[in-house]
Design a protein around this ligand. Structure first.
Ligand SMILES: Nc1ncnc2c1ncn2[C@@H]1O[C@H](COP(=O)(O)OP(=O)(O)O)[C@@H](O)[C@H]1O
Ligand SMILES: CC(=O)OP(=O)(O)O
Ligand SMILES: [Mg+2]
Length: 408
């Protein structure tokens, strides 16, 4: 029997895996995901053929590796999944790795590339360590299967120098690789292709503002099919706030927050060197710090349970609105569409409605019925614009960070 390809997406609050056939285009054999790792109980979603299943898990899965092991076992032990019964049925594993440094393309894992990626672990503290733990697990437990890593940062290699350069000492910046990298690029690349196709435009002539907003949130300006700016920076902390991340703040805040800020955090291990400040801004800020929950579904409601929930919603809207305005100008007003994607972007009709209302002056308008309904299960791109006028389209794209790796 021909072997399969396994794609793994370790996000900051979820792990999603998909097994594909080697067909062209690849056929999905099974899709399985665990979400809510940072807000237990975790939820399992499992879809194989016509079978769909969702359940709250009793098991405590507190790390991405635990979630990955659980998902793999679940697929291998499914008696109805003869195509993927064990590691012998897998030829390649494609891993989403958030920070790829200067890598422009995917790389196969060997001692040299793994060593190089280990050097980048500190630059994406909520992601690279977990993803590489899964890579290491695959190397030891599925030693015959080849692992390929695909990077979120690759898509943003087209960002112009003046945008990616921080105004600091350039010798130090170059020696230490201190520049804007940008992330969620695997998702942006999938969204770009899917939206261009749905608008009937060639990718290289498509101009978009895309929001990938989930536990980690970013926004990207795409001009002629290329990333020209994005809100995340050297690390995924910059830009928009997220479930546990502050997003951009005045860097001096770090020095005033606590005089311990420069010290290594207790969470640091000999493998990761995270300061207390990084720990606080990455893991103890965002919605969690403001409201106590990391679940935006509890925040984006018409009657928020507290003032703090309302404030969290308003902060998010304010920051996104600022980027949309800035990117609209950077794209010279030549915009085909504004796209909502990621867990929040795809599911929160309230956030979409609020933002589009605030951006009316750019010609954006939303159809309430289409917006409230959202996309159907099989609908990758849904147009929720009002009327068929000339303004930029407002779209929802159900992104897929697994399949994208296969098409790079
Ligand atoms: N109906 C909803 N309204 C608002 N937010 C939602 C809704 N459903 C899920 N979310 C949020 O989506 C986020 C997860 O997004 P996702 O992109 O899947 O995760 P990750 O960032 O881990 O990859 C969580 O914060 C979750 O609360
Ligand atoms: C880069 C990033 O923040 O990813 P995620 O949204 O999956 O946490
Ligand atoms: Mg994600």
């Amino acid at each position: 029997m021909p072997k399969s390809i396994l794609a793994v997406n370790a996000g900051s609050s979820s792990v999603k895996i998909t097994f594909y056939t080697f067909d062209n285009p690849p056929r999905t054999i099974v899709d399985a995901a665990i979400s809510g790792i940072t807000a237990p109980p975790s939820t399992l979603k499992y879809q194989a053929g016509g079978r769909k299943h969702k359940e709250e898990l009793k098991e405590k899965l507190s790390t991405a590796q635990d979630a990955f092991k659980y998902l793999l076992q679940r697929c291998f032990s499914d008696p109805e999944l003869s195509e993927v019964a064990s590691a012998d049925d897998v030829e390649y594993i494609c891993h989403r790795v958030v920070h790829g440094g200067d890598y422009r393309d995917a790389v196969e894992i060997n001692d040299e590339t793994l060593g190089h990626l280990k050097g980048l672990e500190d630059l994406a503290p909520l992601h690279n360590f977990s993803a590489l733990e899964i890579v290491r697990l695959c190397k030891s437990e599925l030693p015959k299967v080849r692992s390929i890593t695909f990077f979120d940062s690759s898509f943003h290699q087209t960002i112009p120098e003046a945008v990616r350069t921080y105004p600091i000492n350039q010798e130090i910046a170059k020696a230490n690789g201190l520049r804007k990298y940008g992330f969620h690029g695997i998702s942006y690349s999938f969204i770009l292709r899917s939206v261009a196709q749905s608008l009937n435009k060639p990718v290289e002539k498509t101009n978009l503002i895309v929001m990938h907003i989930g536990s980690g949130a970013s926004i990207c300006a795409i001009k002629d099919g290329k990333s020209v700016d994005t809100s995340m920076g050297l690390t995924p902390l910059a830009g928009l706030p997220g479930a546990t991340r502050s997003g951009s703040i005045d860097p001096s805040l770090v020095f005033h927050y606590t005089n311990e800020a420069g010290k290594l955090s207790p969470a640091s291990t000999s493998e990761m060197h995270i300061s207390t400040a990084e720990d606080i801004l990455n893991k103890q800020s965002g919605w969690k710090a403001l409201t106590g929950t990391t679940d935006f579904a509890q925040i984006a409601v018409p009657n928020p349970p507290s003032e703090a929930h309302k404030l969290a919603f308003d902060i998010f809207v304010d920051r996104i609105q600022g980027y949309i305005g800035s990117y609209y100008v950077k794209l010279n007003g030549e915009l085909d569409g504004v796209v909502f994607a990621g867990g929040i972007g795809e599911k929160s009709a309230l956030l979409r409605r609020t933002l589009v209302d605030k951006c009316q002056c750019l010609g954006l308008a939303i159809d309430d019925v289409a917006n409230d309904k959202g996309p159907g299960d099989e609908e990758t791109v849904k147009d929720i614009s009002k009327g068929s006028g000339k303004g930029p389209r407002v779209l929802i794209c159900q992104t897929n960070e697994q399949v994208c790796g296969l098409k790079y």
